[in-house]
Design a protein around this ligand. Sequence first.
Ligand code: ASP
Length: 322
Amino acid sequence: MQVGQEKIVVLGTGGTIAGLATSAADSRDYLAAQKPVAELMTGLAAPSGFALLSEQVAQIDSKDMDLAVWRKLLQRCVHWLAQADVQGLVITHGTDTLEETAFLLQTVLAPRKPVVLTCAMRPANAADADGPQNLRDALAVAATAGAQGVLAVCAGRILGALDVQKVHSSRLDAFSAGEAGDIGRVQQGRVERQRDWPQPRVPQEMLLEVLLTAPALPRVEIVLSHAAACGATVDALVDPAVATRYGAPPVRGLVLAGTGGGTVHHELEAALRRAQAAGVRVLRSTRCADGFLQPRPNEEFPVAAGLSPVKARLALMLELLR
Ligand code: ASP
């Protein structure tokens, strides 16, 4: 590395991209989060003009993502983004909760440099592993002049943090940006942009500080509306005696994953009303993968505009933390 050379830093957090299968021929039987990020980068060419650095922030299956890992990741992102010679970051991450981490990083850091999450659907030692190409594509995006904001790169597609959602359980092209559409794509190492990069908003410095020091995240649960729903589920969730019995903090918020346009079974609606009257915040989203809910005036349960249930849950947690 030459003195003063611009850098791209790759932060490893685990996932299938770092997974190892028992046999290279069967990519279904594997353990996620086995290979160190430095090894994932072995033999990978740095984008021209840049030096590559890597750091292992965590080594987890992202289904188990928690506040401790998010904190460490936020801290390392803040550290590296502040270095003048760092052009951008790449984060290797499991696909399962990638959209939640992306949403959190964009909301809290709103970076003016690119922070590119990438992943894989097949383990690192699979004969047809998709991780190396995804990592090369992510590096190409991170090296792109003018790129900014938190992005996800998978299967040659570039998706914005607020839009990205895992929509397929096994396909290599597992993500969608819904109606917002992709930001662009990477083809043969060339980045082709179709939409603007995510706009940097005001970084939430106070929120970052609270997030880094709070003993826990406020407890917010997701309630799915469906046929033949039963309001007792919500009553039990918000009953402080139940929380105490299980040593859990009381529920401070509920996100409704409603049917269609955010509608809710009348039994659940009555229970949500009881919860709201008891001081629990209720936010409405839809269980549909596509389409936006439009807020209307004087709504009983406010809409989490444009957010999926998991992102609405994070948004409400962050709001309660503020
Ligand atoms: N369970 C894995 C994870 O999210 C799945 C993946 O990475 O594709 O870490």
